[in-house]
Design a protein around this ligand. Structure first.
Ligand SMILES: Cc1cc2nc3c(=O)[nH]c(=O)nc-3n(C[C@H](O)[C@H](O)[C@H](O)COP(=O)(O)OP(=O)(O)OC[C@H]3O[C@@H](n4cnc5c(N)ncnc54)[C@H](O)[C@@H]3O)c2cc1C
Length: 355
């Protein structure tokens, strides 16, 4: 059986980002890499969006950049600017195509459907397949989005809506998210933050139809793409091993209060590339402890008081947009953290320290 220097388990966002980062920085000239990916073909299956607070390799896969956004609760809307850190949406179809066409030029890189097809005993493994134990206490961000095309110009594509809480909450946390790509196309998502212990919130199609037709008042449209997913708002189990690093969702790259993962994956890939020659001894890369701590408290409040969350998110975005964006993207300094923390309902958060 063939042996490889490196194995990437899972050729999704993190696996391919890492392979690309190693390849374009010539770390695979004299090293072999096996990518284990069971999917039969690559096609667009996700849209990755984030504030661009750091450089990444995929500007040419960006579908659209925005410099303005809004957040709203019933009867109140906050309009914000993000020209310093534009919000970007990456088309996963373009991302997969770009990476796969680059990787196929290097004979040192091979794809397999299952790890049992190779000898993995002496390789260094980058694993992106999360180990998630079912637990009814775990919180998830679960969502469904559709890309719609309207017959006539309808959307204002200069501004996106990050969170619209003016919708049915069902004793949980629920908002809609609208990314207008053009005057006639937009991705519209229904998003829930909840424990997902039953399917009662998963009537996504009905929720989206009702929002588009009765809230946005768009009647003449068709659905041209659909995506669905669930992001764990907890860390998957990581089994420690000398010759293995977990990456992506499996490696704790999700910011638990927001679900944002894409840019953290890119930063983790860069860190691995910088340390690849000494990877067995490199320090573990993680999202800063300060954010882990603050997110844990935030999620405790969310769990205990879902009814307070629309107002809490709305208040958070009353801080300067630059500060909130840096905070949500793990780039804030101590004073910026304080300016967010001071906007939170103090007693509720202090009590959450002791739940
Ligand atoms: C629909 C959706 C939209 C999202 N949108 C955003 C966003 O807007 N912004 C953001 O920051 N984050 C977003 N996320 C969160 C996160 O960025 C993505 O989940 C991202 O794809 C995580 O990358 P990953 O490599 O960890 O997982 P994946 O991209 O899911 O890759 C894992 C890969 O492992 C493969 N695999 C599965 N089982 C095995 C096995 N046994 N052996 C080998 N391979 C296996 C899978 O086929 C897959 O290709 C979104 C998530 C989803 C699901």
């Amino acid at each position: 059986m063939r042996e490889f220097d490196y194995i990437i388990v899972g050729g999704g966002c993190a696996g391919l980002s890492l392979a690309y980062e190693l390849e374009v920085n010539e770390k695979l000239k004299n090293k072999t890499l096996a990518i284990i990916e069971p999917r039969a073909e690559y096609k667009k299956d996700k849209t990755w969006s984030f504030w661009k607070v750091a450089a990444h390799n995929f500007d040419d896969c960006v579908k659209k950049n925005w410099e303005n956004f809004s957040v709203n609760i019933p009867k109140k809307t906050n309009y914000l600017e993000c020209n310093i850190y534009p919000y970007q949406s990456i088309d996963s179809g373009l991302f997969y195509e770009k990476i796969n066409s680059k990787l196929k030029d290097n004979n040192n890189i091979s794809f397999f459907k299952d790890i049992s097809e190779i000898n993995s005993k002496n390789s260094f493994v980058f694993n992106s397949v999360p180990s998630i134990k079912k637990d009814h206490r775990n919180l998830w961000q679960h969502f469904c989005g559709v890309e719609v095309e309207s017959k006539n110009d309808f959307f204002d594509d200069e501004i996106f809506n990050l969170m619209d809480f003016d919708c049915d909450q069902r004793e949980s946390v629920h908002f809609f998210y609208t990314l207008p790509y053009s005057k006639t196309t937009a991705l519209i998502e229904t998003t829930w933050l909840s424990k997902m212990n039953d399917d009662s919130q998963k009537d996504y199609d009905t929720q989206i139809k009702d929002y588009i037709e009765n809230h946005l008042n768009l009647k003449d449209y068709k659905i041209i793409y659909k995506e669905k997913g669930a992001i764990p708002l907890f860390y998957p189990m990581i089994e420690k091993a000398k010759n293995k690093i977990n990456i992506g969702t499996a490696g704790g790259m999700t910011r638990l209060s927001t679900g944002y993962t894409f840019l953290n994956i890119q930063e983790h890939s860069r860190y691995i590339r910088e340390n690849i020659e000494n990877i067995t001894h490199a320090k573990k890369y993680k999202i800063g402890n300060k954010y882990r701590f603050l997110d844990e408290i935030f999620l405790r409040v969310l769990e205990k008081h879902p009814e307070k969350m629309p107002e809490i998110f709305f208040k958070m975005f009353k801080a300067s947009p630059k500060t909130v964006i840096k905070f949500l993207s793990n780039k804030s300094n101590f004073f910026e953290d304080l300016s967010i923390i001071f906007r939170m309902p103090k007693l509720t958060f202090i009590k959450a320290l002791f739940y």
